[in-house]
Every structure is written in C-alpha cells, then in structure tokens.
Design a protein around this ligand. Structure first.
Ligand code: NAG
Length: 328
C-alpha cells in the first residue's frame, strides 16, 4: 500500500498524462460514418478527407448535423474551431437531445458557445435537462483560458447512468452527479448528438443587445476529430449495443479534479446553484462552496446575492434566456 502511494507521488504526473491523453486513442470517425446533415444543407461542407465539416451561418440560414444513431450513455467528442472577429448573437451548439421523440419530457445535455463583440471572448454554457425539467435550468457559464476561435479544441461529454462530465481538452470543467433527489431530472433516455450554428440574436449576447451583424458573415464553425463512442440503441428492439474501450474516461481522476477546481475558480462566471434571483433555495443537487459563492457575488452582486434589484425574472426556460445575466 505504502509503495503504491509512493508510486502515486512519484509517478502521479506521469499517470495524469496517460489518463488525460487516453481519450485521444478513441476511434475518430468520418462524418458519413456517424452523422447526417440536419438543416441548411448548402451551408454544411464536408472536407475532402471526410473527417472535417464546416457549418456556416449566413443571412440565409444556419446549419447543423445529427448522429445517425441514438445513444444511451457514452463518450461524445468533437474538435471545434469557432468563427473569429465579431460574432455577437452567433450560437454554436454541441449537444445531445431527444426532444424530437419526447416532446413533453425530453432529456438534454448541452455545450453552447455564445459569440461576442469584437475584442471580447466567446463564452461557453453547459446545461442538462431530464424528463422535461425545463422549469429548472441548470446552466453554468465560463470563459476559457484560450481563444477558441484561434485553434481547434476538443469538447467532450461523458454520460453514464451516475454522472455527466463536460470536458474541454481533457480538463473536466463540470461534473453532474446523479442524486436521488434529482429524480427524473437526470437525463436517462436515449439521445442523439447534434451540432448546429444559428442566429441567437435575441438572447445570446447581453440579452440581445448585440445582434448578429451579417456584414461579418459568413460565420464558419469547423468540426473535426469526431468521436461517437457510446451505446447505440437499436430502435427496433431497443437494446443498447455498447462500444467498449479502456480509453473512455471512467471519472475524474484526483489530478483532474485539481484542474477542474482551478478552472472553475478562474473561469466560471455563472452557476445556477448560486443564482438567488432564480432559486431562493438552490436545487437539491447543488453543493454550495462558500468561496465560490463569495467570488460570484463579487462578480455579480445582483444575481448572486443580496442584490437590491427586485425584478421578476423568468425562471422557466426559453432556450438560454439566462444568458443575459452576466454578459461578458
Ligand atoms: C418522466 O415523465 C413522465 C411523463 O411526465 C412520467 O410518467 C415519468 O414517471 C417520469 N419519469 C421519471 C423517472 O421521473
């Protein structure tokens, strides 16, 4: 045992490199193997190698693609390079949903990228819904430690029956643990994977203050390194067939947890758990960290505590309505 811990001390950094690099060994598929165009066909371009795809938003339309298969759990990933320069109002989304099948009680796991005015960085939003829990938004928002329009970075979702982990370049940025009290709010029905770019002028940037300006179009989001590694459900006999691999992360390692905490300390700008305007009592799964609470309160006293503004805020969901709170 001692030896083990000593080994961990000595080789911890090495272990971390191995663990964090492991998901890169998962098979990268071609677009056609895993996906099909969803909308805005003319604005979806597949690279000659078959592995990269460009989604464009212009004054005519946005565009998107969707996985052939529907999955119950798995590891889903893409390298994404976002459009640069003036991107206010532009939304790029990489998410799982079954809203087309379950209109009243759908599940959803979201990465949403919200554009910005020139000189201000993109922001990322994550969210989950389970069984139609759209009256309880569980959004978090973050800045990044790099410019996501400058280069490709990997964005991944790990979904198991006990947790959901969001990753940016193998740094876990958020872990949603299933708790009993969450009940059906934890996503539990098979979902398809989507990637889209669209005009979110009405809410994406400062609550609609800065709209998409088509003078700067076309807006092109580039996707590559597509990984769909999960349990595909056969719709006929509803049995899930799982790809198995040692390379799928099984959880957050201790070294990754430190990275996650650092990320959240330095880059998180919004968390529903601390939003006193929306939730007098935080939803049951929230674990309140006093330091985090204090930091957010300093950053936005109205939303996160003792604010004096008594406005009636929407606490039901209109996709991303909360994006207007802490602007950039
Ligand atoms: C999900 O919603 C449906 C319909 O509203 C309900 O019948 C079912 O019990 C819910 N499932 C869970 C796990 O809460």
């Amino acid at each position: 045992m001692r030896g083990f811990f000593l080994g961990l001390l000595l080789f911890g950094p090495l272990l971390f490199v191995l663990a964090s690099g492991s998901s890169r060994n998962l098979p990268i598929i071609t677009f056609d193997e895993g996906y099909t165009p969803l909308f805005g066909d003319n604005n979806l371009a597949i690279h000659r190698d078959g592995k990269s795809v460009h989604l464009t938003l212009d004054e005519r339309t946005g565009s998107g693609f969707v996985s052939h298969d529907i999955y119950l759990h798995g590891y889903f990933s893409a390298s994404i390079k976002l459009p640069s320069d003036y991107t206010a109002g532009v939304v790029v989304a990489f998410y799982m949903s079954n809203g087309d099948v379950f209109q009243k009680n759908h599940d959803e796991i979201d990465f949403e990228f919200l554009g910005n005015i020139r000189g201000k960085d993109w922001r990322i939003q994550t969210n989950v819904y389970g069984n139609g829990s759209t009256n309880v938004g569980r959004e978090e928002r973050y800045g990044l430690w790099f410019d996501p329009a400058e280069d490709f970075h990997q964005y991944s979702i790990l979904w198991t029956d006990s947790k959901i982990i969001f990753y940016v370049d193998d740094v876990p940025i958020r872990e949603v643990k299933r708790t009993e009290a969450m009940g059906g709010d934890f996503p539990s029905k098979p979902m398809t994977l989507y990637a889209t770019i669209w005009d979110g002028s009405n809410w994406a940037t400062n609550g609609g203050k800065y709209r998409v300006n088509y003078k700067y179009a076309p807006y092109v989001a580039k996707f590559s390194n597509l990984i769909l590694h999960g349990c595909a459900v056969d719709p006929m006999d509803s049995v899930a067939k799982c790809d198995s691999s040692e390379d799928v992360p099984s959880g957050v390692t201790p070294a990754q947890r430190i990275k996650m905490e650092n990320f959240r300390k330095n880059h998180m700008t919004y968390s529903y758990c601390y939003d006193k305007l929306r939730y007098k009592v935080p939803p049951s799964e929230c674990v309140i960290n006093p330091k985090e609470a204090q930091r957010l309160r300093k950053f936005d006293p109205v939303t996160f505590g003792n604010g004096r503004r008594h406005s009636k805020r929407r606490n039901h969901r209109s996709r991303g309505s909360q994006a207007d709170a802490a602007s950039f």
